[in-house]
Design a protein around this ligand. Structure first.
Ligand code: FPP
Length: 235
């Protein structure tokens, strides 16, 4: 079985997981965090080279203030304590998104864990915070304008200004919780990703669920605009 080089995940369904158990929504996020750790470590063991997780979208600021504060505190706590354990497991951590609206404390925590883990080699973990795909494209356009406003640009060169660069595009895109939307996560970068949608809620997405997603990925024929015979080498 071949393992995708890059997996991107929308970790959805924390709130519904909690609601089903008559718990406050935030306890779904707490359970979600423990799945993050499990899936990061499992991906590393499997040999996945890049894992990109959508932790907080630009539209998530519109949630009730208490939930936003809880999520920010949870992130801060994870970055300052738990992510050091990922460093011990040789995980390289990077954040993508607009840092300007985050607290100075979180920005400093992000900088320091990125610096600390920058030479790690087990797996590249990207965490998207205050991220959206449209934001990513617009910030890239603005950088292009600032650098070289008059010259035409190629697709390859443009992609160098996107926040995920220099990582390759995701091979497998997963969304949990039964929704079949992209919800403004990576847009440019998933142009040829295989998209897997599962009913499982994120707090229930365990190693076995990831195995099933990877098996499904292996059943797909990726043609990148070509025809089957070309991919199979008979043409
Ligand atoms: C979506 O579920 C989940 C989020 C908006 C937050 C995801 C955050 C975590 C899993 C925890 C923090 C992550 C890291 C990397 C430390 P939802 O609340 O939209 O669920 P619902 O659709 O059922 O309401």
């Amino acid at each position: 079985m071949s393992v995708p080089k890059h997996i991107a995940i929308i970790m959805d369904g924390n709130g519904r997981w909690a609601k089903k158990r008559f718990l406050p929504r935030v306890s779904g996020h707490v359970k979600g965090v423990s799945r993050v750790k499990e899936i990061v470590e499992y991906c590393s063991v499997l040999g996945v080279r890049y894992l990109t997780l959508f932790a907080f979208g630009r539209d998530n600021w519109k949630r009730p203030q208490e939930e936003v504060s809880f999520l920010m505190n949870l992130l801060s706590e994870q970055i300052s304590k738990e992510f050091y354990k990922l460093h011990d497991k040789n995980v390289k951590i990077r954040f993508i998104g607009d840092r300007a609206r985050l607290s100075t404390l979180i920005q400093e925590q992000m900088d320091s864990i990125e610096q600390l883990t920058s030479n790690n080699t087990a797996i590249n973990l990207n965490i998207a915070i205050d991220y959206s795909g449209t934001y990513d494209i617009v910030q890239a356009v603005n950088k292009v304008i600032a650098t070289n406003p008059n010259a035409p640009i190629t697709e390859d060169d443009f992609s160098k200004y996107l926040l995920l660069y220099p990582d390759p595009n995701p091979d497998l895109f997963i969304r949990t919780s039964g929704e079949s939307r992209i919800s403004n996560f990576l847009l440019w970068q998933i142009s040829y990703s295989e998209c897997y949608f599962t009913e499982k809620l994120w707090p229930d997405f365990n190693k076995k669920a990831l195995d099933i997603a990877i098996q499904w990925f292996n059943s797909r024929e990726r043609r990148f605009g070509m025809i089957s015979e070309q991919i199979q080498g008979v043409l």
